[in-house]
Design a protein around this ligand. Structure first.
Ligand code: GCO
Ligand code: MN
Ligand code: MN
Length: 378
């Protein structure tokens, strides 16, 4: 049995939550808020008490879009005090380029010069805020960078503007001497019918066309990969392979649904196990960021059940990964498979080909063993 202290989150586990995640009020397209607003200072306190490492935010999760400079400074000062009091970090900051009606046809990729310029400038202010809070990662999720129809803006034009805006932002980072890296977050749709650069693969190809590809990586999200009908584990693996996993959004999602942002591991236990295994095997050292929210059924206390659940599930699976490597039967099955892979039997004759065609990989046995491990029977 795993002792409960091993499953108690510690700051060294690097768990982080967005202000907008635990602060989600349960609004959906068909229904109003069910929970009162959550104060950022209270969020810092509660997350710290639960053992989280940090908190993340969009500019406007903390500072209202119309705040005066004086209000902004007061809010940031109080927030920084809370961070210091509760020893919580802000490893990542992002910008809200989707909520205000001004962004209805895009922000960094908008065809409207004034909107594009405003989006770049708003992002720069959010970068300033991030640096002030100690962030080293800047996430960009282009929820409005897309279209419902293609008769006006050609998608190539959208990509060109997106690229120009990102080049300007990288230049800003360099000019300011910021040690900030950008992590682009792909999503196939919602709120737009189609969002440009819908997958990790498309983002990686696009990054190579930027002036400073070294400053830009990806922030894959489990739910977004599933919305695209993809395997999130393979999406994240490709990001790691490219040296571009700068950040990650952990949550869950049922395939084929609207963006659900469910509690980590709440839908797909097996997929979650393999994701944790991949992150642990790869030695990923970045924040483990939960971008999810509590069910709409929850009251304010239920939100903390949700947050604790995300972290506990990660720790349970981390322990399961350890057992995967200690389990004699699983390891023996793996060794047999490795021996098969290494077998010296070049394919020169029809007989050799038949041999390799007839050989059994024994994946049924191995998969069942892993299922039993996940189910708690090993
Ligand atoms: C979504 C997105 C957002 C972004 C966040 C960061 O649910 O579609 O994941 O939550 O991650 O806005 O910009
Ligand atoms: Mn996200
Ligand atoms: Mn999402």
């Amino acid at each position: 049995m795993t002792t409960s202290t091993e499953l108690k989150p510690q700051p060294s586990d690097r768990f982080t939550f967005g202000l907008w995640t635990v602060g989600n009020r349960g609004r959906d397209p068909f229904g109003d808020a069910v929970r009162p607003p959550l104060n950022p200072v209270t969020t810092v306190q509660r997350l710290s008490q639960l053992g989280a490492y940090g908190v993340t935010l969009h500019d406007n999760d903390l500072v209202p879009i119309d705040a005066t400079p004086g209000e902004r400074d007061r809010i940031v000062r109080e927030f920084r005090q809370a961070l210091a009091d509760w020893n919580l970090k802000v490893p990542m900051v992002t910008v809200n380029l989707f909520y205000d009606p001004v962004f209805k046809d895009g922000a960094l990729s908008s065809s409207v010069r004034s909107v594009r310029a405003y989006a770049v400038e708003k992002t720069q202010r959010a970068m300033d805020l991030g640096v002030e809070l100690g962030a080293e990662i800047f996430v960009l999720w282009g929820g409005r960078e897309g279209a419902e129809m293609d008769a006006a803006r050609d998608a190539r034009e959208g990509l060109r503007y997106y690229r120009e805006s990102l080049n300007t932002l990288c230049e800003y980072i360099v000019r300011q001497g910021y040690s900030l890296k950008i992590a682009l977050e792909p999503k196939p749709n919602e709120p737009r019918s189609d969002i440009y650069l819908p997958t990790v693969g498309s983002m990686l190809a696009f990054i190579q066309t930027l002036d400073r590809p070294d400053l830009v990586g990806v922030n894959p999200e489990v739910a977004h990969a599933k919305m695209a009908g993809l395997n999130p584990v393979h999406e994240v693996a490709q990001a790691i392979d490219a040296g571009k996993l700068f950040h990650i959004d952990l949550n869950d999602q049922r395939i084929g649904r609207f963006d659900q942002d469910l509690r980590f591991g709440s839908d797909d236990l097996k997929g979650t196990f393999y994701l944790v295994k991949l992150l642990e095997d790869s030695g990923y050292q970045g924040p483990l960021h939960f971008d999810a929210h509590a069910y709409r059924t929850e009251d304010p206390e239920g939100v903390w059940d949700f947050a604790a659940g995300c972290m506990r599930t990660y720790l349970i699976f981390r322990e399961k990964v350890r057992r995967f490597y200690q389990d004699a039967e699983i390891q023996a099955a793996l060794q047999e498979w490795q021996a098969l892979c290494a077998e010296e039997r070049p394919i020169r004759t029809a007989e050799d080909r038949q041999y390799w065609g007839a050989v059994g990989y024994r994946y049924e046995r191995l998969d069942q063993l892993v299922n039993e491990l996940i189910l708690g029977l090993r």
